[in-house]
Design a protein around this ligand. Structure first.
Ligand code: PBG
Length: 330
């Protein structure tokens, strides 16, 4: 009989049983890693469907609070609140952003009162409030960086006063982290965290979000390419992240997620600071719709999130947070 030579290394050994696979798993996703984005608006209906986002709703305040109760039951402890503002409250200067009684401030106050343990994240950017749908102030057909900074620092302060634990500038103006950090320090918000959308790309994956908050119609055919990053670039992402860390960001974020995991990995490896990733609306909807149609197995959602962890993300903003967390804990 011919001598059979087998390799002494057989990588299939540790894949042979489910529990073995778990033992040698290099990355694990847990409820602690997940942040649920939520949409809120001044509406009479408790919740309104968002047609381009399966199983995601726009809530009024009561419905928002009951959703948070169910998130807590599902072991989700962090939420990012996004307002959909009525169009009659939008204008060129985004003035409603500075009204301490606006819906997002009301929501933040209501949440801190009812659920003091929950971590709230509030976006800093003008797009929910501008009638042109841009994140900054439009001056002679251009988004004016430095005039926008003054408004962003005012907005950040109002959100911190309303009780936001984490301020998340998503506007991509140059220098915004420093201006916001200085404003927070000067006003005694020394413990307010800045989660900077440090590398935010000009992406078509944001489409469903813009439907959800009603900025798609305002923006029309205009793009955000003069402030959000070119999706062809990596070095520039590292440069952005470095600047934001130096300006006082506590956590940096890469956005979108799935198609940008090389950026997540590069950022985490180079800077070793808390690094989040945003699985954005378009990514969520692609997967959800395919699951709904039966074209993809429902495990693709978990797979996509574990891949974010493998790339180096410490936490993930995902519209699937509640559902995945319930699955993880069942
Ligand atoms: C607002 C903002 C956007 C998202 C988060 N904050 C949209 C945009 O920049 O146009 C996108 C989130 C998503 O697509 O899920 N500045």
């Amino acid at each position: 009989m011919a001598e059979r030579k087998f390799p002494s290394t057989r990588l299939r050994r540790s894949r042979s049983k489910g529990f073995l696979r778990d033992l040698v798993a290099e990355h694990k996703l847990s409820s602690d890693d997940l942040i649920q984005p939520l949409f809120v608006s001044e509406q009479k209906e408790s919740q309104i469907d968002i047609p381009s986002m399966p199983n995601v709703y726009r809530h009024n305040l009561d419905s928002l609070y009951s959703e948070i109760e169910s998130l807590l039951k599902a072991d989700i402890k962090s939420v990012a609140i996004f307002p959909a503002i009525d169009s009659d409250k939008k204008n060129a200067e985004a003035s409603h952003a500075f009204d301490q009684k606006n819906i997002v401030c009301e929501a933040l106050q209501g949440i801190s009162k009812r659920f003091p343990e929950i971590i709230t994240i509030a976006d800093v950017a003008l797009d929910p409030y501008t009638d042109h749908g841009h994140d900054g102030l439009l001056v002679d057909g251009r988004i004016d960086n430095d005039q926008t900074l003054d408004l962003l620092s005012r907005q950040a302060l109002i959100l911190a006063e309303a009780g936001a634990d984490i301020i998340a500038p998503s506007d991509m103006m140059d220098g915004r982290v420093k201006i916001i950090r200085d404003a927070l320090e000067a006003n005694n918000f020394v413990d307010t965290i800045i989660l900077s959308y440090a590398a935010k790309y000009a992406s078509s994956f944001y489409g469903p979000f813009r439907d959800a908050v009603g900025s798609a119609a305002s923006l029309g055919k205009d793009s955000k390419k003069t402030y959000q990053m070119n999706f062809a670039n990596m070095d520039e992402a590292l440069h952005e992240v470095e600047m934001d860390i130096n300006e006082g960001a506590d956590i940096v974020m890469i956005k979108p997620g799935t198609a940008y995991l090389d950026v997540v990995h590069a950022v985490k490896s180079k800077f070793q600071v808390p690094t989040f990733v945003y699985q954005v609306s378009g990514e969520y909807s692609m997967l959800s719709l395919s699951i709904e149609k039966g074209w993809l197995d429902k495990n693709v959602m978990l797979e996509s999130l574990v891949c974010c962890k493998r790339a180096g993300a410490d936490a993930i903003l995902t519209y699937a947070a509640k559902q995945i967390s319930s699955e993880l804990n069942s």
